[in-house]
Design a protein around this ligand. Structure first.
Ligand code: ARG
Length: 457
């Protein structure tokens, strides 16, 4: 049978072993120790400042909490299931250290507002780390785009060769995605960085707490304005999980491309040995496992979002123990998104591109058929008609096993007399790319302009 609980006053029986294990969150919420201590220090300072506790007692509590932090950090502390959660574990240690005064820390506080502030502080830190990693992948994409400026490869729609594009343009597309991700995390941070402390169990407190003071001590932007909402709200955690899920979607798409672009069939790029692994049976294999695992881990990130949303659905106000289940999905997504950002950045830094293979792939598949249609349209043929003519030319090429550029001028003119000698240039690869000058387009002018805007930022 378990030891007596801090909340054991009204209980006639000891907690059942199974229940103790089943309800304990200490095996995972120990991750929150730093944030729990930070929240407690702010709360204790406020209790002292408000005269709710004698100054000396508040100071004693604050300095002992600092010691406990150092003890945990140096690995001296072990936790056990009987302590239930990190909040109880730290409070127990405090009481052991300073005696009954330690039991005054929880004045005007409940674990319900305590755990909410802990999770917010934890997520604020995680968001800052994720944003740093996002800034790194963005920087990597931009510098590789500069380095490979001029490399042309087929752009695809439906995984069918569509139009030639600049590799730089392609890389900058991912840059856009990760910049939006960083934005989403910033937004999530704003909603996270608000203090629930002072909400008590759900109804506020009978003590003259200074909620703004604790919020400021913790570097938070404001206080939750409704005590019931303060202990019930996990929207900020859902925001975080959603931001993680979208980032993972982007990383997964990038990984998918790395996987098949590095295949023998594509041969567009090669990944460094240091970032690949071999097969236990096939000696020739070099597998893109890091990219594959990033793609695979996207599943758990989506699952974590759905997990939390499902926990919240149908929960009556205010705090319910179900909410303890918010932590593992949040911790898992934080770790996953950070690891995967790191992995993808390493891959981008280490990969080499095979410019020749990319260009050769552009030669096949009528990538400049749109340019042929545009050419006819510029000569006055209505675009619909021009499209049809170019389509017929493509079909004729396919029947004869030829590429567009293999047809002679007289062969081409059989389809339209609007076609002249200048068609050669119009359907060349270089011209096709160069002509796409639209803002946001793949033409070198547009891409260079974009790169220089990004460099000025
Ligand atoms: N371990 C709990 C959680 O994570 C802390 C809050 C418990 N509150 C309570 N009234 N039992 O949610």
């Amino acid at each position: 049978m378990a030891k007596k609980k801090a909340w054991g006053g009204r209980f006639g029986e000891r907690t059942d072993r199974f229940v103790e294990e089943f309800t304990a969150s200490i095996p995972y919420d120990v991750l929150l120790y730093r944030h729990d201590i930070a929240g407690s220090i702010a709360h204790a300072r406020m209790l002292g400042k408000q005269g709710i506790l004698p100054k000396a007692e508040a100071e004693k509590i604050v300095s002992s909490l600092g010691e406990i932090l150092r003890e945990i950090e140096s690995g001296k502390v072990s936790f056990d299931l009987g302590q239930e959660d990190i909040h109880m574990a730290i409070e127990q240690r405090l009481i052991r250290k300073v005696g009954p005064v330690g039991g005054k820390l929880h004045t005007g506080r409940s674990r319900n507002d305590q755990v909410a502030v802990d999770l917010r502080l934890y997520l604020r830190d995680e968001i800052d780390q994720v944003r740093k990693l996002l800034a790194e992948i963005v920087e990597t994409l931009v510098s590789r785009a500069e380095e490979w400026f001029g490399v042309v490869l087929p752009g695809y729609t439906h995984v069918q060769r569509a139009q030639p594009i600049l590799l730089s343009h392609y890389l900058l597309a991912y840059r856009e995605m990760f910049v939006r991700d960083a934005d989403r995390f910033a937004e999530a941070r704003r909603r996270t960085n608000v203090s629930p402390l002072g909400a008590g169990a759900l109804a506020g407190s009978t003590f003259p707490l200074d909620r703004v003071f604790t919020a400021r001590e913790l570097g938070m932007e404001g206080v939750c304005e409704n005590s019931i909402d303060a202990v019930s709200d996990r929207d900020f955690a859902a925001d975080f999980l959603y931001a993680c899920a979208v980032t993972m979607a982007h990383l997964s798409r990038l990984s998918e491309e790395m996987v098949y672009w590095s295949s023998t069939e594509f041969g567009f790029l090669s990944l460094p040995d240091a970032l690949c692994t071999g097969s236990s049976i096939m000696p020739q294999k070099k597998n893109p496992d890091v990219a594959e695992l990033i793609r695979g881990k996207t599943g758990r990130s989506y699952g974590n979002l759905l997990n939390l949303l499902t926990i919240l659905k149908g929960l009556p106000l205010s705090y319910n123990r179900d909410m303890q289940e918010d932590k593992e999905p949040v911790f898992d997504s934080a770790r996953t998104v950070k690891d995967c950002l790191m992995g993808a950045t390493l891959l981008l830094r280490g990969m080499q591109v095979n410019e020749k293979r990319m260009r050769a792939a552009c030669d096949d598949g009528f990538l400049t058929a749109t340019d042929l249609a545009d050419y006819l349209a510029r000569k006055g043929t209505p675009f619909r008609k021009a499209h049809e003519i170019a389509g017929k030319i493509v079909r004729a090429c396919e029947e004869r096993g030829k590429r567009l550029k293999d047809l002679s001028l007289s062969e081409l003119r059989k389809f339209s007399t609007a076609i002249g000698e200048d068609v050669r240039d119009a359907i060349s690869l270089t011209h096709s790319v160069r002509m796409r000058k639209t803002r946001g387009g793949t033409g070198p002018e547009a891409v260079r302009a974009r790169l220089s805007v990004l460099r000025k930022k």
